[in-house]
Design a protein around this ligand. Structure first.
Ligand SMILES: C[S@@+](CC[C@H](N)C(=O)[O-])C[C@H]1O[C@@H](n2cnc3c(N)ncnc32)[C@H](O)[C@@H]1O
Length: 296
């Protein structure tokens, strides 16, 4: 049993079966043994378990910065404009967003500003937040974690709701720009067995209850629910598009010149490959949601 597994097992022994969001919270975020918290371990990158758009620097960062400049302009360049990145991870976006008053928030770093005028930016943040599964809990049997309960599989994005509430409370004027993979209500039918998935060394693993703390756990973002929840908090949907659509809209006006600017031929080849990966590798899988708070 993994150390995070021991913590979960002790909790189940004491209280009985637990909700999956609690399992996921410990497996990913236990301060000592959680997947994202363990010292000496780096889940990101080639040697890790996955890679993300934020790691395709500088191209992704430059395009995100250009998009945020446009958003700032649409707000009338207000004084005190800031960019808050949620789930900043290893801080890959920081250099690209340095022209703004930037702060990165992660589980053990930074915090939501009490009041924010500007942009909340979140890449692959919402898919890492704990979800419950309606009617089901996690129990133990013969030393392994097992699901209890039955019925139609429906994930309940408990963590997403909490974070949206925080954003809603903090954002006075501006936007939430979130990039993630997920599905709309019409697309839900594609996932009769839900969307929970684990990753380890770039391999997808179906059993999310295995080896807590040693493999990533993600859930697709339910975009329709996200947009509805945000609406209740006064954030209005401005754009919902593929990542490719978002990047093309942002880069097209100068034909990606700024995004691909570089000093040498080899550097140029590297940047073009980054753009291709973003547009063709990730562009149709990931989607971009832009929500606006007009004025509080
Ligand atoms: C899949 S990673 C993505 C990291 C980075 N944005 C990227 O694109 O490479 C999700 C990140 O969200 C962070 N995270 C999860 N829950 C959080 C919370 N409640 N507050 C802040 N960060 C959180 C995790 O620690 C992790 O670094």
């Amino acid at each position: 049993m993994t150390p995070a597994g021991e913590i979960i097992a002790a909790e189940i022994r004491k209280k009985g079966p637990i909700g999956f969001s609690r399992f996921m919270q410990i497996a990913l975020y236990d301060p000592e043994f959680g997947y994202y918290r363990r010292a000496r371990r780096d889940p990101f990158g080639k040697e890790g378990d996955f890679f993300t758009a934020s790691q395709l620097q500088p191209v992704f960062g430059r395009l995100a910065a250009a998009a945020i400049r446009d958003l700032r302009e649409s707000m009338g360049n207000p004084p005190g404009f800031q960019v808050v990145e949620l789930g900043a991870g290893r801080g890959e976006m920081e250099a690209s967003l340095a022209e703004f008053q930037y702060s990165g928030v992660d589980i053990d770093q930074g915090s939501y500003p009490e009041q924010c005028t500007g942009v909340y930016f979140a890449n692959e943040f919402f898919d890492a937040l704990p979800v419950d599964v309606a009617g089901r809990r996690v129990d133990m049997k013969d030393g392994r974690f097992v699901w209890t309960g039955q019925g139609e599989w429906r994930e309940d994005p408990a963590g997403m709701r909490t974070q949206l509430e925080r954003i809603g409370a903090s954002l006075q004027h501006g936007y939430l720009l979130a990039i993630d993979y997920g599905f709309t209500e019409r697309e839900r039918i594609r996932f009769p067995r839900g969307t929970l998935m684990s990753y380890r060394r770039h391999q997808a693993i179906d059993d999310v209850l295995l080896n807590p703390g040693e493999q990533d756990i993600t859930a697709h973002v339910p975009f329709t629910e996200m947009i509805e929840e945000a609406g209740k908090l006064g954030l209005k949907l401005r754009k919902f598009e593929t990542l490719a659509g978002f990047l093309l809209r942002t880069g097209e006006r100068d034909e990606f010149r700024e995004a691909l600017a570089c000093g040498s031929e080899t550097e140029g080849a590297r940047l073009r490959l980054q753009l291709k990966t973003l547009l063709f590798g990730m562009g149709e899988t990931f989607r971009c949601v832009l929500l606006e708070r007009a004025h509080k």
